[in-house]
Ligand binder design. Sequence first.
Ligand code: ARG
Length: 590
Amino acid sequence: MLSHKQIELKLQAAVRDILPDADVSAVLVRPCDPKFGDYQSNALMSLAKTRKLNPRQLATEVLAKLEVSETCETVEIAGAGFLNFRLKNSVLTQSLEAAARGEHLFFEKTASPKTVVIDFSSPNVAKPMHVGHIRSTGIGDALQRTWRLLGHRVITDNHIGDWGTQFGKLLLGWKQALDRAALERDAITELERLYKVINAECDANPERLEEAKAELVKLQAGDAENHSIWEEMIRLSQIQFDAIYARLGVKFDHALGESFYNRWLGEVVNDLLHRGIARESEGAVGVFSDGSLPPKEDPFLVNRDGEWIDDPALVRKSDGGFNYTTTDLATIDYRLKTWSPDEIIYVVDDRQGPHFKKLFIIFTRWQPDRAKKVKLVHAGFGKILGDDGKPFKTRSGDTVKLSDLLVEAEERAFKIVSEKNAELPEAERREIARVIGIGAVKYADLLPNRQSDYIFSWDKMLALQGNTAPYLLYAYARIRSIFRKAAESSAIQLPTTNIQLSAPEEFRLARHLVNFGLTLEAVADELRPNYLCNYLFELAGKFTSFYENCPVLKAGDAATRASRLALCDLTARVLKQGLETLGIATVEQM
Ligand code: ARG
């Protein structure tokens, strides 16, 4: 068992000794500022707080019961009641040696695997994927990779927007204004154009709007012609989505679009009405506040000029059509029935925060017993901004298409790679540029705390210095080049499983390496891939100071050389695994 796990279990046991009824599942250890130790736990402070105990007093009592002398040099109470642990050097060395033997890579599979559904990407049919889709797609993919790596059962589901009022206009456009040649050249652009044309006509002319609505009603009633045009629009969109996913290296277990849930929507609304959870209002059906929350926290209320008024979640429109919320309710029901998840995570724009708040509350009112068994989480994220601090747009003010953005990323990376490595054959430079370009866009998006807005900057994300993908990819490639050099020289130079740490830079690197698993756990717990980005950036930095201060291939004696090569190898493996977990590929040479 990895030492941080051992410490955690011992700490949980000690807490149970002192507070037999405490829920120790939140008693965790986390990486610590190296000044104070290797691991830290702040759990005693929150336990003390809920029980109105003195936290330092509680820490003292727990410490008296805590038996970690096998793994720790010291355990100290610090500040308001933190516990700081410092690993024994021998334990550190053993962990590195086990990793060098291939027994682990500083993480292990969880002892209590969960089943989790991750709903991410979820673009809309007949519209191009735009720059904003990198957020849900990249964050969702990094999360699903992390959960899987830690041994959880993960089900990814792309909740494609393939149903809704836009199809009335699209159908009308398809029948009356379709440019076949344009459709063949670039289907999504043509569908987008059709929508815009008809939309403008509908705005100007109520009769056109009625025509569009009639097409929608026909589609919903199962009209054969409309149904087959609709299917064709989905098929064409899916081709575009698949091309982008292939480029990004993203896969889904399922892509059950909104339309999949149509068959249940009527039942859902009837059941909500029957149970008194929804009621009719002005011809529509909605769910309203039940008064159980203070108005400020109640998503079914909004404040207008100092007065709280209803802001219901509509589940059926006055024309009989159903809403986004209705589909999402049927979707939760289906997912629970089909996969029995412990958690459902929605990686969706923060602007949909109110929708998810309402959705989770309605589901809890609707199916209270099942709701108790599943954790519903909205992992929201902020916006991508341009230099001017406004939402990122093209020069002409249009939304940036994701496919154009990815092409540009590869082009820009190709220029940089060609300047640095003019001698490499073009095909190789193209491949390196592909990895760097896509990696840079993904990394720049994963690095900020997901709820913050960030400013899109080509120069920043493609820089070889700073917290960027190219910097990490370069750090990885540089280590690989050490091994290429080692292989060239005649003396046999292989990393060893016999690790000797002596220089302070070696210790610093080693102590950081063993924190990889804890970092992955923190990413999964808090749904924050940025923790992993920062971990890898620090790893590369610690490796650099190690490499600058500790000769590797030129080390005086063979044992030191082999031990240092092992540190190089472990660093490279963690970098590669870490980047892969973020959905970023690596190259052996840059
Ligand atoms: N298609 C939706 C949109 O573009 C996102 C869907 C998110 N997932 C969900 N289950 N609501 O806004």
